[in-house]
Design a protein around this ligand. Structure first.
Ligand code: SAM
Length: 225
């Protein structure tokens, strides 16, 4: 029996994933007036991401069901007590990670979201899932909100906000990562400099791409020669 697979969380997640699937046409509609090249430019922009995500304020854009389950499994396996998330949205990934904290015996998850209506929705979902007590939602741009008051150590980092900011967010957290900490980056193919960093020998990471849209990295620590 796990928190993830029992009531109230299991039926809540099932409903939230169904709602996200039903909203897929809204996702397309939100950027229908933009050309393919403009969409790609915005996805890779380190400055214009706010405008892009404002278009998505009514849609969840969650991780896949498989990625959600993977997040739960990774957080359980590394016995995570301290988790940081970039990009809360409606809190679907947050619910998976917080469920793992619950089943690990407790802990603290800091997550970040700049759309106020999404913060409210995520809070409501975490409350319905019985997990709000484990989560601190920091409202505002993660470049600021994740630059202060971080825990001494971080066991798992999920990167799922503006893709172009993955290197900058990682650098805010890197000196807190425990040896063996996991970093899960969703859709990291939009952030070539992030991929180059975590895949470089000597950067302190082991890193693999899989399932088309995930880069899973593990912090091994830098070797000082
Ligand atoms: C792909 S969605 C996150 C989905 C969520 N992880 C889930 O699985 O349910 C990305 C979210 O990150 C937020 N976001 C993007 N860039 C951000 C930033 N710089 N600071 C805070 N939030 C940001 C967006 O508003 C959006 O809600």
């Amino acid at each position: 029996m796990t928190t993830l697979t029992t009531t109230p969380l299991a039926p809540l997640l099932s409903r939230l994933f169904d709602e996200a699937k039903a909203a897929s046409t809204d996702v397309m509609a939100a950027v229908a007036d933009l050309s393919e090249s403009e969409r790609t430019r915005l996805m890779r922009s380190k400055t214009d991401y706010r405008d892009l995500y404002a278009r998505f304020r009514h849609v969840g854009l969650p991780v896949s069901r498989e990625t959600g389950t993977l997040l739960y499994m990774l957080a359980r396996n590394c016995r995570a007590r301290s988790i940081v998330e970039f990009g809360t949205s409606f809190g679907i990934s947050t619910l998976h990670l917080a469920a793992a904290l619950r089943d690990n015996g407790g802990g603290h998850l800091i997550t970040s979201e700049f759309e106020p209506s999404k913060v409210l929705q995520a809070k409501a979902n975490l409350e319905d899932g019985g997990l709000l007590d484990l989560v601190e939602i920091r409202e505002g741009d993660a470049l600021q909100t994740l630059s202060v008051d971080l825990p001494e150590t971080v066991d798992l980092l999920l990167l799922d906000g503006a893709k172009a900011l993955y290197p900058e967010i990682l650098s805010l957290i890197e000196n807190r990562l425990k040896p063996g900490a996991f970093i899960v980056a969703d859709n990291a193919d939009y952030s070539p400099d992030y991929l180059q960093h975590v895949r470089s020998p000597g950067s302190g990471y082991m890193s693999v791409a899989f399932a088309d849209d995930i880069e899973l990295s593990m912090w091994t620590g830098k070797v000082h020669l």
